[in-house]
Design a protein around this ligand. Structure first.
Ligand code: NDP
Length: 330
């Protein structure tokens, strides 16, 4: 079986039975096309949104059609003068072992500059999300305190490190003691909180942030974000990047009313989608690449082996099985 389709629109938490493996014929290559072989597949929390048919910033997946996500692939054959056999490319492609593409919206990536999987993480969508959300909305200033939720994931680990480079006190929130240790020992976080064994998150955040919270980079929403809200400072900036804790909810969750906090603290809360900042991607990638080269940025990945394990790897995001970027290697 060489293709993965969306079988059903999941209700609540997605299940393996929402996916179907099929065998699809790879078509003959026409003029202007390239034949690609998948090497690395990115699984991302936002794909959950595309599995529902609710109106959003991006088209929903169609039932009984291949799912797509960020992929790094190798050109096996080319009838397109922009690509040569052997080139590596990245872009949004189908969950297929082999596929034909016109090359539109694919970018060549250099395996000598960074490991191929990095183009799906630190030098790809999640690295860019961390960089753009933090710099454009968080506007961090030296000496301030930032709290990052979903801190041990692909976006969160990068946010914390960039904030550290910029001279902030950095506090992470994650789901296990192992992740808390990793944030402090491998990613330079000043402190971190395991929300799964903390009774009173509001108090724990207050203790970890003696000067209050100036920037909140939110990857999770829900109760964790409510607890941060109680600790924000005057002119705090809250970067609403993701809300994974509510992606599988079937009814609107109850949460604290934010308006009184925003008023009282003259605080800003802004959501964003990374594609708003496309014109700044080149500059951002250059900066991320530079920090990587200088050893100022570190990254980690959870690499799952095998095409057949893509759906499970996706599901595992919702139980926090990953540290850093979750990718599947073929
Ligand atoms: P991650 O690598 O952070 O993986 C998801 C992590 O979320 C898990 O490891 C888990 O860690 C945590 N998690 C899962 N369920 C819950 C829950 N109920 N409550 C709290 N934490 C939970 O994913 P990404 O870095 O790729 O994405 C992070 C967030 O950023 C997502 O919400 C995503 O949708 C969003 N995003 C937004 C973009 C944009 O353009 N706005 C672009 C890219 C991503 P733990 O063990 O700590 O619970």
């Amino acid at each position: 079986k060489n293709t993965i389709l969306l079988k059903n629109r999941p209700v609540g938490t997605p299940q393996l039975t929402d996916f179907e493996f099929t065998e699809e014929q790879v078509p003959e290559l026409k003029e202007g096309e390239i034949l690609l072989e998948t090497k690395y597949v990115s699984v991302d929390p936002y794909l959950r949104g595309r599995m529902s048919d609710a109106e959003s910033y991006i088209e929903p997946f169609e039932v009984n059609k291949p799912i797509e996500s960020g992929i790094v692939a190798q050109v096996m054959e080319s009838k397109n003068s922009d690509f040569s056999k052997g080139d590596f490319v990245s872009g949004v492609l189908d969950w297929k072992i082999r596929q034909v593409s016109t090359g539109k919206d694919l970018h060549k990536v250099d395996p000598d500059m960074a490991p191929l999987s990095a183009y799906l993480g630190i030098l790809g969508m999640t690295g860019l999300t961390a960089y753009m959300g933090l710099t454009e909305i968080g506007k961090p200033k030296k000496g301030e305190t930032i709290v990052v939720s979903g801190a041990a994931g692909a976006v969160g680990t990068v946010v914390g490190q960039i904030a550290k480079i910029q001279g902030l006190r950095v506090v992470g929130i994650a789901g296990s003691d192992e992740k808390v240790d990793m944030l402090k020992s491998e990613f330079g976080f000043d402190d971190a909180i395991n929300y799964n064994n903390t009774e009173d998150m509001t108090k724990a955040i207050a203790e970890a942030c003696p000067n209050g919270v100036d920037v909140y980079f939110d990857n999770v929403g829900g109760d964790i974000s409510d607890a941060v809200l109680f600790n924000i400072n005057q002119f705090a900036r809250m970067v609403i990047c993701g809300a994974i804790s509510v992606y599988n909810e079937t009814s609107l969750p109850k949460s604290v009313s934010v308006q009184p906090f925003l008023i009282k603290k003259s605080a800003l809360m802004q959501g964003f989608i990374i594609f708003n900042y496309m014109e700044k991607f080149r500059e951002a990638i250059q900066q991320l690449g530079q920090w990587l080269k200088e050893g100022k940025l570190n990254y980690t990945e959870t690499i799952v082996d095998g095409f057949e394990n893509i759906p499970q790897a996706f599901l595992d995001l919702f139980s926090g099985k990953n540290k850093g970027k979750m990718v599947v290697k073929l």
